[in-house]
Design a protein around this ligand. Structure first.
Ligand SMILES: [Zn+2]
Length: 346
């Protein structure tokens, strides 16, 4: 190689690395703007829509926290998620996941796993001191894992499980069950309904005694406070689960897996690689709506932070935050802290 071409090569490498730096700064700036865009947009949306949604939301939340069956009665739950109750009879009759109900690549939970799920929920609910019977629901469709109701409910609170969680490891399944049971034990849904009712009262007072515009100010503040409350309840439920199980292992591995998958999806360069990483049920759903295209992929990728968190989820602490505190959890940490304080005092 001649000296000249070596020089040329060096300058090329130099300009390439400059380009790389420029791209990196550009990407970092884009990510920062997205971090601002999503919460800002959501708060504005909440504030403007709340005059319409607040009264309905408050009533619905009160009704379903006191009577969880109200939620099942709502068409929303029945049609969108096609929930079915997990009972011994339904398991024996293969009603929950009939043959052919799942797309290729999805495995239905075995009858043994479903029976273990019933036993686990019963066992942990008793351990937590919950006296009510907890109903369990699942679906061959994608359904959100969560619970409805609490210990104030006059009929059974219930937990919905997505089949992926039922199929996860015992550590992860136990952690998710105990997290949901903590929501029930602590009556989180009822407390959120009371908060919403209080906001509604303040909205009305502000409108009557200050100005109709004060309504929006009250809603903007409520939207922010509501998110802080949501995140605190989620964190409390994670700790409730970790304290009961004596370990953060299940929660940590659940969220680490989640973050890793999200990063893979964000970094997928071409459409086919991206689609392969999607839940096959999601693929079926998107195809049916004619939405599975590159523009959907870009939007989905923008919603994921470089760390693997969901930018649009304001109701939960970030996935990586949850994985970190779960990894650091030790059942003795409080005891150790108390001992440390005693020894420094002495
Ligand atoms: Zn939760």
């Amino acid at each position: 190689m001649s000296l000249l071409s070596k020089c040329e090569l060096n300058s090329k490498i130099h300009s390439l690395s400059l380009d790389q730096n420029k791209n990196n700064t550009h990407d970092a700036l884009k990510e920062k703007l997205l971090d601002i865009k999503y919460p800002l947009f959501e708060t504005i949306k909440d504030t403007l829509l709340s005059p319409l949604t607040r009264p309905i939301k408050t009533l619905a939340m009160l009704a379903i926290s006191l009577s969880p069956q109200t939620a099942l009665g709502l068409r929303h739950f029945k049609d969108k998620y096609a929930l079915k109750q997990v009972t011994k009879e339904n398991i024996d009759q293969a009603i929950l996941f009939p043959q052919g109900c799942l797309p290729d690549g999805m495995q239905a939970p075995t009858p043994e796993r479903l029976k273990a799920l019933i036993q686990k929920v019963d066992f942990f609910a008793k351990k937590m001191g919950i006296k009510q019977k907890i109903d369990i629901y699942t679906s061959p469709k994608i359904c959100p894992t969560g619970c409805v109701g609490g210990t104030y409910s006059y009929n059974s609170p219930f937990i919905m499980f997505d089949l992926k969680i039922i199929n996860a490891s015992d550590d992860e399944l136990d952690a998710v069950i105990c997290h949901e049971l903590t929501h029930i034990k602590e009556n989180h849904l009822f407390k959120k309904a009371l908060f919403s009712l209080a906001v509604l009262a303040i909205d009305i007072l502000a409108t009557v005694f200050i100005s109709p515009f004060a309504f929006f100010a009250s809603e903007a503040v409520a939207s922010l406070i509501g998110r802080v409350i949501d995140r605190k309840m989620e964190k409390d439920s994670d700790y409730g689960a970790m304290n009961l199980l004596g370990t953060g292992k299940g929660i940590a591995s659940f969220f680490e897996r989640h973050a890793k998958k999200a990063i893979d999806m964000k970094n997928a360069k071409d459409f086919n690689t991206f689609v392969q990483k999607l839940d096959p049920r999601k693929v079926v759903k998107l195809k049916a709506k004619n939405k599975l295209n590159e523009s959907w992929m870009h939007k989905a990728q923008m919603r994921i932070t470089p760390e693997g968190n969901n930018r649009r989820d304001f109701a939960h602490p970030a996935v990586t935050t949850r994985a970190t505190y779960a990894r650091a959890f030790s059942p003795d940490s409080r005891k150790q802290l108390a001992l440390h304080l005693c020894s420094t005092a002495a």
